[in-house]
Design a protein around this ligand. Structure first.
Ligand code: GLU
Length: 479
């Protein structure tokens, strides 16, 4: 089978990580099967769709490393790839269903539909259209239309079961009685999502529809349209959604949901992809850090979990930290530059070697790039300040005495062209009578103004005598 899959976002906002995950599954499946991955923009909701959103979605996908072979920007043999440019195509097929008597014009007002809905709910029934306009004669229809009322086109759903084999969930079957005659063309003449989607999936030769569980209830409708037009429906695979900690679908109230927010915070695209994959899938070997090449070796649609997974920021940060550790130093330095610039650090004026040294220390400490802000005070005097907690321990009388001893010992050590830092730390232990953690916390507070940060053995040589002495003197003046 010639595998052709599509990612079909509605450009009504930023790319949600849940949608990015759908795109990823489609992309992986296409690459794995040597098929084609298509990007289709579903912008029939004219009021809510924007060009800016299309632009942002394309950029986010590219940043993630998800590339398409056919799409709105590059075209392809089945274009155009924006639904708003395909409206006349949908009309042709709507006309066909109307002529065949499978679709009919419905003139019911929104008010009538609303009160019908309420009535059905009050009786404990599932709300659905009651078929009032189904049997209007042609002349009745024309008469109402001539009064200026614009109809919607509804698809006539016969009673029966609609079943399909879902590649994730197995056999699914729906009673069409629960569906009711649904709209395929709205009163403004624009095709509904379900209709446009079916026409496009068919005309674009889509072999597999891979999308979120939130679309499961659309699938029987889409299958009915395919059949009515005499087409073979594609295969379907519905993957579970990402949930927030309260087990409801992940949304803004749970925190960041947009790919671009994660990018700005300094998550690496490879890490985000790796994380999104693990949310619905486990490597048979239980590996957790899986670069895309490894994923491609192991991934299959049937191995996707049927159960929804809960978003874990902690896990995402851990995966990101692993990718940061693996990034080669020059590349990592390049990635950090925008964050330095944002903090107004003049990186161009810095000794490149000093910059590389800072970055290689940070590489071991950051779990996301924007955390660099927390460490700037260590490396740049203009950002240096004593944090409250550090101040609190530095002003202790007993600690001051120790600090005084450190000050002279460290000066001597630098003077005598000190040997290894570990020997310095040993000397400091001897001279101060303090050991381990309590000494190190004091050193850290005095030299960096902070209680946490990269290892002292790395920081001391980088800061050098002058700066350390200056900072320790400042610490001694704190009150
Ligand atoms: N435009 C739909 C969405 O963004 C696509 C659903 C589908 O893949 O059929 O959810």
């Amino acid at each position: 089978m010639n595998v052709r899959v599509r990612f079909a976002p509605a450009p009504t906002g930023l790319l949600h990580i849940g949608n990015a995950r759908t795109a990823l599954f489609n992309y992986l499946f296409a690459r794995k099967e040597k098929g084609t991955f298509i990007l289709r923009i579903e912008d029939t909701d004219v009021e809510r769709s924007t060009d800016a959103s299309i632009e942002a979605i394309l950029q986010d996908l590219q940043w993630l490393g998800i590339f398409w072979e056919e799409g709105p920007d590059i075209g392809g043999p089945h274009g155009p790839y924006r639904q708003s440019q395909r409206l006349s195509l949908y009309h042709g097929y709507a006309e066909q269903l109307f002529t065949q008597g499978i679709a009919y014009k419905c003139f019911c007002t929104p008010e009538r539909l609303e009160s019908l809905r309420k009535e059905q709910l009050a009786k404990g029934r599932m709300p659905r259209y009651d078929g009032k306009c189904r049997n209007l004669t042609r002349s009745e229809s024309l008469k109402i239309e001539s009064e200026g009322i614009r109809p919607v086109l509804r698809f006539h759903v016969d009673r029966g079961m609609v079943a399909f084999e879902d590649l994730v969930h197995g056999r699914m079957s729906f009673d069409s009685n629960g569906i009711g005659d649904f709209i395929i063309v709205r009163s403004d003449g624009v095709a509904s999502y379900n209709f446009a989607c079916v026409v496009d999936d068919h005309l674009m030769n889509i072999s597999h529809v891979i999308r979120g569980d939130d679309h499961l209830s659309n699938t029987p409708r889409q299958i009915l349209i395919h059949r009515a037009l005499g087409w073979q429906p594609p295969l379907f695979a519905h993957h579970p959604l990402i949930l927030g900690p309260d087990r409801s679908p992940l949304s803004k109230r749970h925190g960041a949901t947009a790919v671009s927010q994660y990018r700005e915070e300094g998550f690496l695209p490879e890490a985000l992809l790796n994380y999104l994959l693990l949310l619905g899938w486990n490597a048979p070997s239980r590996e957790e850090i899986l670069p895309i090449e490894r994923i491609l070796e192991l991934f299959s649609l049937s191995s996707l979990s049927r159960n929804a997974s809960t978003h874990s920021r902690k896990k995402l940060e851990w995966i990101n930290s692993q990718y940061i550790r693996k990034t080669e130093i020059d590349q990592f330095t390049r990635l950090l530059l925008p964050y330095f610039e944002k903090a107004e650090i003049q990186t161009k004026a810095l000794d490149p070697q000093y910059l590389t040294q800072i970055c290689s220390i940070l590489k071991e400490n950051l779990s996301l790039l924007s955390q660099v802000d927390e460490y700037l005070g260590i490396f740049f005097d203009e950002k240096f300040a004593f944090e409250k907690e550090a101040k609190d321990i530095l002003v202790h009388l007993e600690n001051r005495e120790i600090l005084q001893k450190v000050l002279s010992a460290i000066g001597d050590w630098f003077e005598s062209n000190g040997d290894s830092i570990s020997s310095l730390l040993r000397q400091l232990e001897e001279k101060t009578g303090r050991k381990g953690k309590s000494l190190y916390a004091l050193l850290r507070a005095g030299m960096t103004g902070k209680m946490k940060g990269p290892e002292l053995v790395k920081i001391i040589p980088l800061l050098g005598k002058e700066r350390i002495v200056k900072r320790l003197k400042m610490a001694l003046e704190l009150s």
